[in-house]
Design a protein around this ligand. Sequence first.
Ligand SMILES: Cc1ncc(COP(=O)(O)O)c(C=O)c1O
Length: 399
Amino acid sequence: MNLTKIMEMDSNYYMNTFGRRSPVCFEYGKGMKLYDTNGREYYDFLAGIAVSALGHSHPALVEAIKSQAEKFIHCTNLYYIESQAKLAKLLVEISCADRVFFANSGAEANEGAFKLAKIYYKKNGMPEKFGIITLKNSFHGRTLTTVAATGQEKYQKPYAPLMPGFKHVPLNDLDALEAAVDDETCAIMMEPIQGESGVYPADIEYVRAVRKLCDEKGLLLIFDEIQTGIGRTGKLFGYEHFGVEPDIFTLAKALAGGVPFGALCAKEHVASAFEPGDHGTTFGGNPLACSASLAVLNTILDDNLCDNAREMGLYFRSSLEKIAKKLNAISEIRGVGLMIGIQLSDNKAVEAKNKLFEKGFLVGSIGNNIIRVLPPLIVTKADIDLFSSAFEEVLGLFI
Ligand SMILES: Cc1ncc(COP(=O)(O)O)c(C=O)c1O
């Protein structure tokens, strides 16, 4: 089917939540590249917004999905599931968590985190502790509770009255956080690096002070690692950069390389608050998603893709810094590993994104002055060189 027909059907039948999308429909992908319905190739420097960690159609992931689908796709959680048990063991072995629970998306994993934090205090005889403090400009999902948790009014306004119990304080402002804690507070939740609002890393001292505050006040520390987890920052999990361990953290996005999946991970003393019947799911932890996730994690571990993300992140940064020095068009480069935000001096981010698209490079834009780059963890220096020269040409058009 040609693109015009697809766009017409979308506009007639799909709810208009995504507005005018980029005018392309992809037919297949391989590694760093996606190919559209006209056979044109694009370098994917967005990876489905931090999802396609192994790039497209990675043989290990394809094989895992194929062979599981040939056996069976779904199995209710009323029965034991081998790939689920194996994945739970692997996640516990490679992270600071002692137990996991599987969901189908980031928002759903975060919902589980809120439920776990609340039930933990109920079961410990403190039912009055239900408040959760999150950060301004955070993003935690699109369900009603995760919208209330998200510190951005634009996502909340249409759905007022919001789920109660959430307060928001500015990132890296310990005084504001301390002032917000009250007798009702049960947890503090944060992204180690805020992604959706523009790639803003938390300060190391701040995160350590937050951990200390949680310990002193008896609060749970929850990390939303939905974007920062699974190697994106050059370490398997974002918390590793800060020398702290959260009590609960959530994963999704890259966890199964594109098969919808999420995970709620927690320390034993917290996880044990969930008893039979307290939480559940139909699809979460199904054999297909768990097999896909095992393939993703084992490939990341076997192929040292965290190291690649770290090294390529540094190389990317130095290439961007060279462009920033040459052209007066970049005011700041933020991020860690392959989670990169490029702040442009002029309000040209959407234009720059569109020009890059015309040249066959996919990136994201945030507002009108931030370009967001989140390539697959398999990205090479040669890919980055190609991107950088295209980006330099595009920025050159605006100065
Ligand atoms: C940090 C963070 N948390 C939660 C979510 C929501 O995840 P999902 O869209 O899978 O529900 C996202 C998605 O962008 C995210 O970046």
